[in-house]
Design a binder for this molecule. Structure first.
Ligand code: HEM
Length: 129
């Protein structure tokens, strides 16, 4: 019988995935200024939040309770997100997922990322108008 992946394993995989994703994002000339200059993120606070967000989305954990859309609206108000930002963000997300899959949650993570990015794009346009 194939070994079953326990939630703890997925949680560890999420940590590795997010670290690897942010290595790419922060090395990306298009995306990194939004994180480092416009939002001025503190990595030691930001990364645990992103990990908690994905544990909530994929495992139903309750430790992420912030309003992530509002955070993006604040950044967008200072430096509007363009289509190419969404495309690059998703491309890096999917590239990272291939190298650091999340077991049985891999496909769901990809689909969620696409859906949330699509909602975000609409949400930003509504709030800008
Ligand atoms: C164009 C695409 C995106 C860009 C450029 C982007 C950029 C950013 C930036 C700059 C921050 C830091 C905000 C701050 O601390 O002030 C942030 C936070 C965050 N992003 Fe994104 N993001 C994008 C798409 C997404 C998507 C699609 C998701 C989810 C599927 C996501 C999830 C998050 C989460 C959970 C946070 C943490 C918010 C908090 O502080 O609680 N992002 N993002």
């Amino acid at each position: 019988m194939a070994p079953t992946l326990k939630p703890d394993d997925t949680s560890r995989q999420i940590d590795q995935f997010v670290d690897a994703f942010y290595e790419r994002v922060l090395a990306d000339p298009l995306l990194s200024p939004l994180f480092l200059d416009v939002a001025g993120i503190e990595l030691s606070e930001h990364l645990p939040r992103i990990k908690a967000y994905w544990r909530k989305m994929l495992l139903g954990h309750r430790d992420y309770q912030r309003h992530m859309m509002r955070k993006h609206r604040d950044v967008d108000a200072r430096q509007p997100f363009a289509d190419e930002h969404y495309e690059r963000w998703l491309a890096l997300f999917e590239e990272t997922l291939k190298k650091h899959p999340l077991g049985s949650s891999t496909e769901r993570a990809a689909a969620l990322a696409r859906r949330v990015a699509g909602n975000m794009r609409q949400n930003m346009q509504r709030f800008r108008a």
